[in-house]
Design a protein around this ligand. Structure first.
Ligand SMILES: [Zn+2]
Length: 94
């Protein structure tokens, strides 16, 4: 379905009228109505721009939350369980 709109009037108060020639005109100002495309190019550009700003932000937030829930264990010296496992492996070899 193709919708028509008047580019000059408020979309709230617009109503369509048929002119004497047979084409649709605006009921308020008498201007020819313009076809309204379903997805405007501006909307696509705005969506891409917004997502390019928001997606890295969301990505970092997910990583921050994930690291807080189970922090990466980089302190190997303090990890006594790992030391015991390593010791056991060394004893097994000997
Ligand atoms: Zn109008």
């Amino acid at each position: 379905m193709v919708r028509y709109y008047c580019p000059y009037c408020n979309p709230k108060y617009q109503f369509q009228k048929q002119s004497s020639k047979g084409n649709l005109i605006c009921g308020l100002c008498g201007e020819d109505l313009v076809k309204k495309p379903l997805i405007r190019l501006n909307q696509i550009i705005a969506l891409v721009a917004a997502s390019s700003l928001l997606l890295p932000l969301i990505y970092t937030f997910i990583f921050l939350i994930k690291n807080q829930l189970n922090p990466p264990n980089k302190n190997y010296q303090a990890n006594s369980r790992l030391m015991i496992i390593i010791k056991d492996e060394i004893f097994k070899l000997n």
